[in-house]
Design a protein around this ligand. Structure first.
Ligand SMILES: *Cc1c(COP(=O)(O)O)cnc(C)c1O
Length: 354
């Protein structure tokens, strides 16, 4: 039986995407060949890459606004250094809202001065800092829109005159934003878009070419743009599967439609966390993520019972990250309302039993 998968990443994808992707592994487009054995320069695959790129721009509302879309390798973690390599001449600002931001800061420091403009490290990142001043003289300002591990999400993005760079790995395509506020968005595919192995980069071309250092080809956005993500062999299968997920999202009604679903799912679990005296939430209420809900049992002695109950209900992947403990329910786009309801039912069953 298919489980309700709350894993933080790699994670759930739409069931129809799994089916279509597995069919393409056997026979892609009735070509008598697997998607895994065709040339990345064949028309069939070039069409896939083109469609993936244009779907990403269309869904984000960024068509005709000077943005390029890349599908790269090396995960979001490679973007931590690539953003700095390409954009950091003298000084960059970072908002530190979690372990991923912290890692991005560490990498950027290889390339220039890094100012931690604001941080919530003092409270184990259970909130999003607010009311801070952003220096005027930054090459760019970097933020993380959704903190996968801690379950917080930026609702109001920082205002700056510098290019805004955002790691959207765990909430890309989940909510409506004015994406044109961002000069560079990156996201590892495996949280809300596809399998592990590719990273989406959406970049406003005009911010490139402003620094003096030489950049090795594989780490140079301009090289990848000039070769349409085909400078070297792209991650063919992850790009194909991401494209299928973007098609699925478009058919559903795009980001506006999925945002409504995501809010309903989040409301369902957060109201249970609030009303059920056996549980407490981790993140500050106003900063709670619609993608990753973090919570724990008030009485740790109930752990064994609760764990047995959710396993029995066909639920998987709700253990919290080791740096927070407790539980984390990741509710990405493909998670259904029914899936979230099954977890909420187990939580209220526990209250009835305890
Ligand atoms: C998972 C995650 C990363 C790391 O992604 P990799 O593709 O494993 O390098 C970075 N940032 C955020 C917000 C994440 O959730």
């Amino acid at each position: 039986m298919k489980k309700h998968n709350f894993s933080a990443g790699p994670c759930i994808l739409p069931q129809e995407v799994f089916k279509e992707a597995s069919q393409a592994v056997l026979d892609f487009n009735d070509s008598g060949l697997s998607i895994l054995e065709i040339s990345h320069r064949s028309k069939d695959f070039v069409d896939v890459m083109d469609e993936a790129r244009s779907l990403a721009l269309e869904l984000l509302g960024l068509e005709g606004k000077g943005y390029k879309v890349l599908f790269l390798q090396g995960g979001a973690s490679t973007q931590f250094l690539m953003t700095a390599y390409n954009l950091l001449q003298s000084k960059a600002g970072y908002i530190n809202t979690g372990s991923w931001s912290d890692k991005a800061i560490k990498e950027a420091k290889f390339f220039g001065e890094v100012v931690e403009v604001a941080s919530s490290k003092d409270a184990n990142y259970n909130y999003i800092p607010k009311g801070y001043d952003v220096p005027e003289d930054l090459d760019y300002l970097h933020c993380t829109s959704n903190n996968t591990i801690f379950g917080t999400q930026i609702k109001d993005f920082p205002k700056t005159n510098a290019p805004l760079v955002c790691d959207m790995s765990s909430d890309i395509f989940s909510r409506q934003l004015d994406f044109s506020k961002f000069s560079l968005i990156y996201a590892g595919a495996q949280k809300n878009m596809g399998p592990a192995g590719t990273t989406l980069v959406v970049i406003k071309e005009e911010i490139l070419g402003k620094i003096e250092r030489q950049i090795p080809s594989m780490l140079d956005y301009k090289v990848h743009i000039s070769k349409s993500s085909m400078f070297n062999t792209p991650p063919v299968f992850p790009v194909y599967t991401s494209m299928l997920t973007l098609r699925w999202l478009k058919k559903l009604g795009g980001i506006a439609a999925i945002e409504e679903e995501n809010e309903k799912k989040a409301n369902l679990i957060y109201s249970e966390i609030e009303l059920n005296p056996l549980f407490k939430g981790f993140a500050a209420k106003e900063d709670r993520s619609t993608m990753n809900a973090t919570f724990s049992l008030v009485d740790g002695d109930l752990k064994e019972t609760f764990d047995a109950m959710w396993k029995e209900a066909g639920i998987s992947g709700v253990n919290g990250h080791r740096s927070v403990g407790g539980y984390r329910a990741s509710m990405y786009n493909a998670m259904t309302m029914e899936g979230v309801a099954s977890l909420v039912d187990v939580m209220s069953d526990l209250e009835r039993k305890a």
